[in-house]
Design a protein around this ligand. Sequence first.
Ligand code: S3P
Length: 437
Amino acid sequence: MKKFIKIGGKIDSFNKIINVEGDKSLSIRWVIMSSLSKKKSIAYNLLKSEDVISALKCIKALGSKIKFFKNRCEIIGNGLDFSNKKNLTLNAGNSGTLGRLILGLLINSRKEIKLIGDKSLSKRDFSRVTRPLKKFGAKFIGDKNLPLKMKGLSNPKAINYLEKKGSAQCKTAVMLAALKSDGQTIIKAKKSRDHTELLFKYLKIPIQIKKRNKKYDYIKVKGIKKVEPLNYKIPGDISSCAFFIVLTLLSKRSQLLIKNINVNPTRIGIIKILTMMGAKIKFINKKSYKGEKISDILVKSTNNLNGITCPTKYNSSAIDEFLVIFLAAAKSRGVSYFKDLSELNQKESPRLKWASKILNFIGIKNITTKNSIKIFGNPNLSLNKKIDIKNFSKDHRIFMMSVIAALIFGGKWKIYDLDSIKTSFPKFLEILKKIEH
Ligand code: S3P
């Protein structure tokens, strides 16, 4: 789709209260976990984006029943022991999370499943999940990229697994396979978002977690026979509200209150990093919900941001937010440095490369390597040139980052592939309008 948006000037001051849509990680996990219970699961505020719709289509093809109502979605799954009647093709669309998690779920499928995805997903690395799944006993035809074919087995054996990338997708795929295996799977995982662990605990699935050191968690999961249904009110997605946090910070005399956001400590790297740079961001009305932390977020603009040498301990908890963090670095005083970020080039598009391109377009000096970026900030940057953003593999977050850059730095922007926002944040432009008027 060549649909585009034109933006021709900076945003005026604003003072607004908004909600963003449901958390994508939790929405996909709710769909997957619900498909494992034979009883009815209900979700409120499920994100209705293309990634989540792809997840619903996959579990429907695998036998789950799905109903949508005005304010909720219901799933009656088909239990743990699924033995497909026929070979199937499943389409993960643009979603790395779905593609990787569904393979873990399929560990005990005796029929052959073909997994396909869109052009961007077909370029992404799947060996990171096919490798551990082979240890459980799965067989693959094509194990690095989509399309691939997988055949599971009726009695997968528990494994020991070392997850070194800090990938919650890999960790979760292995945890799902472990649920269906004989014995106890032991995972040593570099720290990453822990929604699956919290859901397993809430559902009373036998799981033990030891946070023995700062870098790694030790997770033990035992195979089980039955999963309870999961009723869930999905909180707002910090990865979506990140765009508006940075927009507010870098605008003049503005304030934004964003309601009901999932502020799980494994997801708030952006808040820690921006605070280190001098941002004023507050959590108010904090509460706990089924193991997760939820809060409203209050952010005020500042013209006092300083560059940062970003501690790598925040890389995993800010992985989806770095694009907008780089915009904050571009408008701050001094030089910022972010390293060990090769994973950013493994996303829906090579995001480090794209960040560098966009910073070059707006005239911000940067030195970018395969896994790092050094940004020479300019607090006074103001543009009045033309910038076209296109051919970015329809990466939703590149689109949204460009919109925020246009509103902060000014100039005449034409940003293509507007439909990309449907992947994770279909209401992005609608909410932006509310902020603007
Ligand atoms: C996700 C994990 C992250 C993140 C993705 C969602 C998840 O990917 O980038 O958007 O829901 O588990 P990795 O686990 O590959 O880092």
